[in-house]
Design a protein around this ligand. Sequence first.
Ligand code: FE2
Length: 141
Amino acid sequence: MAKIEWDSSLSIGVDVIDEQHKMLVKRLGDLARAVELNQGEMEIVKTLDFMYDYTSFHFSSEEKHMAEAEYPGLEFQKKQHEEFTKTLQKIVDEYREEGPTRMVVESVNVFLMNWLVNHIKGVDLEFAKYLHDKGIVLSEE
Ligand SMILES: [Fe+2]
């Protein structure tokens, strides 16, 4: 199975956001393991729900910071966040209807993780550069 864990190449150099990304990767790893090992419906639904809740928290936190920093890329980020949330919701629904099909397992291992890595290394890193250029330091919520 694909290895899902945090490594320093995922750091964007903004502590508040890096900490949340670490938690997201951890949640995604828990989810992938639960699905892969077919840990039982209760456990998988629980990890999916955790993942969903944490994702919503993280996206709104990022968007709040972007709005406060008057970041011009905010709308694009919002769209990406919405799409990810929709896909995650689809996976949750599919799991509820059909159980851990190959599709569900692959969606978690490949799609969600690839999306997250690309998102962090792409648009989130852009935001980090913007903050750096403007000399803005984010503080905890
Ligand atoms: Fe992010």
